[in-house]
Design a protein around this ligand. Sequence first.
Ligand code: MN
Ligand code: MN
Length: 464
Amino acid sequence: MTEKKSESKNKKLQEKLFVKKESGWSSKNKDQIFKFSEDYKNFLAENKTEREVINYAKAFLIRKGFKDISEFTTLKTGDKVFMINKNKNVAAAVIGKETKLHVVGAHVDSPRLDLKPYPLFEDANVAMMKSHYYGGIKKYQWVARNLAMHGVVTLKDGKKVDIRIGDKQNDPVFVIPDLLPHLSRDQMKRDASKLIAGEELNILVGHIPVNDKDIAEKVKFEVLKYLNDNYGIIEEDLISSEIEFVPAENPSDVGFDRALVAAYGQDDRVCSYAGLRAISEAGTKSTSILLLFDKEEIGSEGDTGAKSNFTDFFVEKITKLRKSNESLHELFHKSYVLSADVTAALNPNFRDVHDPTNCSILGNGVSIEKYGGGGGKYSTNDASAEYMRYVVDLFGKNNVKWQTGELGRIDLGGGGTIAMYLAAKGCEVVDVGPCVLGMHSPIEVVSKFDIYQAFSGYKSFFND
Ligand code: MN
Ligand code: MN
């Protein structure tokens, strides 16, 4: 008898002492989670480039009562504003009673194939476009699959045209032909990073030659003629363009239970979408800000990345319109940021790259990562003990299921987010986002449960 008694006492004590690591599926509202994911999948299908996401964000924010900040002469509690930066970067805010900022920052760019300045050539009776990949990709994943062409071209005559071919049911697609196994003996000896070399990522775009013996590049001629007939494009215009080749397939459910989403670009559009939905339900205690950045995948550089002055510019506008005397330094130093980005999920096929006791697992909730980077914690922000406590308590109070871990084994590699750039301003920052299988591959997989926890987490933060 006494033995059994002490066992149940220890069991109780264990409940208190141990962290619970388990799937959240059983305890949460499945219908709500699935409904959210349907909206999310529609968003992913419609928006495959950073410009498309920003256009979507603008329309979404307007629908939710946000107005361009240029329409305001003063700002008061409850006002909802946004600002667009060069079509690739948006900031949105709900003005709170306190000036203290609660910021969620995500990025809208994803790895893909961009075009070289002079992309078009012909060889062996086909026309091809030369690409230059953007971000950290495994190049071999982009051959032998259907690609769609998305982008914008500014024409010599001053017009700007959007191109979008390959996603709709009867659209043609574009393909990078791989080498047949029969002749791959030498290729298979290459280092995997060069299995497909950068210069081998040429994309098939045409085949029928013009019927004219005086024209030297007959297939290229027909491709340019097509682009000119349909979009008014001449070859020179391709220099003033941003054309991206992205996976042509649209998002799908995975598995018999349909509980996972497979889609291109979920890093980091999953957080971008969750952030947008969350700020549309933000309260007015603190001042909520959503930042959607471009260029994260190539180091957050340039005029639309997290290192640009856009955040300061937007916050400075808010401060002035509130007639506040607070400096940006004062404001940032008391403000809180969730760097909303994805992390790696434990992959059963590659368990060895993870520390299984310190990794994220699909379905265990949104991941809070104290730091990223690689071995030795270089190139990252390391969130403070106090701020970690705040976020964990906030999620606990609001029934947001969370987990924590590291990206992977210490010496194997690493990755960065925008966290360190916002932390450098003086804000408290931590990374919070769902974990992903196959990150940066043409098809990334995320748990619908974790997506919903990310949304719930950002929402609770915007309401605190
Ligand atoms: Mn990311
Ligand atoms: Mn990434």
